[in-house]
Design a protein around this ligand. Structure first.
Ligand code: ADP
Ligand code: 5GP
Length: 183
């Protein structure tokens, strides 16, 4: 299992798209969230969109491997997304924030975790604004959280700086291929 973490807007989703193109045997776990869908996001594809009550019920039923609150909404990795694939030997990629990444590493120390860092704080802000999915106050909240998250990068065995996309994608794919070869 591969955990890709790092601040919002750093390019995790973009890098993972490139990773899945290079290594098509990988499958991406679809997370659950209480955040409302953004335009174009599809239930069951981008996220499993749950109400707060449904999310609470899933927590109480032990359905999550990890879950966390981020920018006022809840996010979590469903066991059902992992068990079937890992049981069949299919390598799974998680795209999650730092609190969740810590929980996964506790629960599954064999997971390989990669922290994606921005080349600078200014670049992170520009990407969050440029993505155009978050209102200005959401961008500010995400940048405040990012400061704390950046302080956690030394906890992770791999750090990839996403400066030039092509190079960062290659670096990530190399980390993952090496781990797959050594299984
Ligand atoms: P995350 O999944 O970490 O929140 P995204 O993948 O949505 O981040 O990327 C945030 C924005 O930054 C997107 O608009 C994306 O196109 C852009 N982006 C990603 N990687 C780079 C890069 N290396 N250089 C410039 N822009 C990038
Ligand atoms: P967004 O709202 O931009 O889709 O996601 C906000 C943050 O939540 C991102 O950093 C994203 O990686 C993270 N995230 C997405 N899914 C999960 C999950 O299942 N668990 C945790 N802990 N974080 C998640």
């Amino acid at each position: 299992m591969f955990v890709i973490t790092g601040p919002s807007g750093v390019g995790k989703g973009t890098l993972i798209r490139g990773l899945l193109e290079r290594l098509p045997e990988l499958e991406l776990s679809v997370s659950a969230t209480t955040r409302p869908p953004r335009p174009g996001e599809r239930d069951g594809v981008d996220y499993h969109f749950l109400t707060p009550e449904e999310f609470d019920r899933a927590v109480a039923n032990g359905e999550f491997v990890e879950h966390a609150t981020y920018s006022g909404h809840r996010y979590g990795t469903l066991r059902s997304e992992l068990e079937r694939r890992l049981g069949a030997g299919v390598p799974v990629v998680l795209e999650i924030e730092v609190q969740g990444a810590r929980q996964v590493r506790e629960a599954m120390p064999e997971a390989e975790a990669v922290f994606v860092a921005p080349p600078s704080g200014g670049a992170l802000r520009a990407r969050l604004i440029g993505r155009g999915t978050d209102a200005p106050e959401q961008v500010d909240a995400r940048l405040r959280t990012a400061e704390q998250e950046l302080g956690a990068q030394s906890e992770f065995e791999h750090v990839v700086v996403n400066d030039r996309l092509e190079e960062a994608t290659e670096e990530l794919a190399e980390i993952v291929s090496r781990a797959l070869r050594s299984r």
